[in-house]
Design a binder for this molecule. Structure first.
Ligand code: GDP
Ligand code: MG
Length: 163
């Protein structure tokens, strides 16, 4: 069985960009419009000899009670339930938001292994880009740039060791 990795986080943090890099596909829609990728989306990736499945999600807006954002949250929950490991992506340029904390609570309750990943960190110092996020209690964050590819291979290798 290939390990299943779910990409979770608020809209616009770079989940689909990472998905595309991992699967080398253009299938997941990347857009500036937050929340455009509304469906769970599966792809296959490979690092060296190690294959894995990755699920892109539309983004998790914990406050949504109905409508499209609620539907996206439901699908994200389903993706987490199916995953061996969750890559929880936050935005290093925006810093910590209240929604990141709510997502953290949800992930903690899910009982899944979670890796906290600070995206959009190209050109930024590790200490400054991560400082905010220790508060989430998920340990040392990984820093990546999904757009440029920095840190992505290391991240996946470590995540496959955990999955
Ligand atoms: P999603 O909603 O979480 O799937 O986010 P997307 O992958 O659609 O990306 C949202 C926006 O962030 C797009 O404009 C991306 O080009 C941009 N983005 C994604 N990754 C990076 C990154 O590593 N650095 C920077 N600067 N921008 C990024
Ligand atoms: Mg997306």
């Amino acid at each position: 069985m290939k390990p299943v990795i779910a990409l979770v986080g608020r809209p616009n943090v770079g989940k689909s960009t990472l998905f595309n890099r991992l699967t080398r596909s253009r299938d997941a829609l990347v857009a500036d419009l937050p929340g455009l990728t509304r469906d769970r989306h599966y792809g296959e990736g490979r690092i060296g000899e190690r294959p894995f499945l990755v699920i892109d999600t539309g983004g998790f807006e914990p406050v949504a009670k109905d409508g499209i954002m609620h539907e996206m949250a439901k699908q994200t929950k389903q993706a987490v339930a199916e995953a061996d490991l969750v890559i929880f992506i936050v935005d290093g340029r925006q810093g910590l938001t209240p929604h990141d904390k709510t997502i953290t609570d949800f992930l903690r309750k899910s009982g899944r292994s979670v890796m906290l990943v600070v995206n959009k960190s190209e050109g930024m110092k590790y200490t400054s880009v991560t400082a905010d996020f220790y508060e989430l209690g998920l340990g040392d964050p990984y820093v990546i740039s999904a757009a440029h590819g920095d840190g992505v291979t290391d991240l996946v290798e470590e995540s496959l060791d955990l999955a």
